[in-house]
Design a protein around this ligand. Sequence first.
Ligand code: URA
Length: 199
Amino acid sequence: MNSLGELEAHIGDCHRCSLGDTRTRLVFGVGCQDADVMFIGEAPGRNEDLQGEPFVGAAGGLLDELLKSIGLHRSDVYIANILKCRPPGNRNPLPSEIETCTPFLREQTRLIDPLVIVTLGNFASKFVLKTQSGITRLRGSVQHAGRFVVLPVFHPAAALYDNTKRDMLFADFARLKELLEAGAEKRPAEPVQQNLFEW
Ligand code: URA
């Protein structure tokens, strides 16, 4: 695959799992193919399912504020989810759904080739880092997955009514700004290979 457009066309009107039968719109992802930072959330919620764009509800409003606090706008970054379709009633993604859907996320990540991946919440952090550690323990710590620097943070939805988590999210975004300013120095120096990361 050479571009996000090609990947999106390949995914098409996906019915590779049963979420294809219940979703309104597939939420491919949004942002800039050259982004230095890629955010990975869990799965589309109700608003995202209706609009076809990730993080457009209340949690998305907080994500926009967090981006603004470090001088970024969503058009500067890339935003995707573990799953591209909404699980009914916002239930947790099933292992089989993750297995079916995440090859597309990997390909998306390979095409964007960000300096930093920010995993939003437990689900994305556990998946990307292949860890059982919870987000409360991981948040704000700089990790690696393959050739990517990974910064796990709380999911913005978890911080909407929790000021302590909200403060921690703003602090972790300040850390993200530092990581981005340090730029490619922080990146593991392996050559670009076909399989860019192990997860
Ligand atoms: N929560 C997520 O994890 N992703 C979205 O796109 C919206 C809410």
